[in-house]
Design a protein. Structure first.
Length: 183
């Protein structure tokens, strides 16, 4: 495969920026959540989607069922979540945040926002609109499946990106539409 120097450089720059942001977001959200791994994302997901089931959370966090149960056990020990057994099907458990869990989820979202705000401050105002357009183009094409769409936005502040303007949400809707036509 013959790839030009300029193309390799763009890939390296994009990769380095993605890793730097990911590392900083992971560190900041873990501090805010008081727990690393998928705990920060679980808190944000439960804040945005109260009553998610274990399976729903598993799909959004890309974890196994036992891993989600262990994660929920740790969050429960800290008093951050409540579990409720389903009515008709006792195997189904819905999860909600406690008041303390809600407060921690807000801190996680703010910590992520602070990292991203710092990154944006490095970009001149007149170039930020262009960056937004590039990111919208990239994100409109990135989701591979319905679950992948949810996984991509697991730390997003949904109030900052309304569903009607979110490229990932639009792709999610396309997947749902395609699924509804599949026998």
């Amino acid at each position: 495969m013959c790839v030009s120097y300029a193309h390799n450089r763009k890939m390296n720059l994009l990769g380095a920026a993605a890793l730097a942001l990911s590392d900083d977001i992971n560190a900041a959200t873990a501090r805010a959540a008081g727990q690393a791994g998928q705990a920060p994302a679980a808190l944000v997901e439960l804040a945005e989607h109260p009553g998610l089931t274990v399976d729903g959370l598993r799909r959004r966090l890309k974890l196994t069922h036992p891993a989600v149960v262990r994660l929920l056990d740790r969050l429960d020990e800290r008093g951050l979540i409540r579990r409720r057994r389903g009515g008709a099907d006792a195997r189904v458990t819905s999860i909600t945040l406690t008041e303390q869990g809600q407060a921690v989820a807000i801190e996680v979202t703010a910590a992520r926002g602070a990292v991203l705000e710092k990154a944006l401050l490095a970009i001149p105002d007149d170039q930020q609109h262009h960056l937004e357009q590039l990111l919208e183009t990239l994100l409109a094409e990135w989701p591979r499946t319905l679950d992948h769409s949810c996984q991509m936005c697991r730390l997003c502040d949904l109030s900052a990106c309304p569903a009607d303007r979110c490229p990932v949400e639009q792709r999610y809707q396309q997947f749902e539409e395609e699924d509804s036509h599949t026998p």
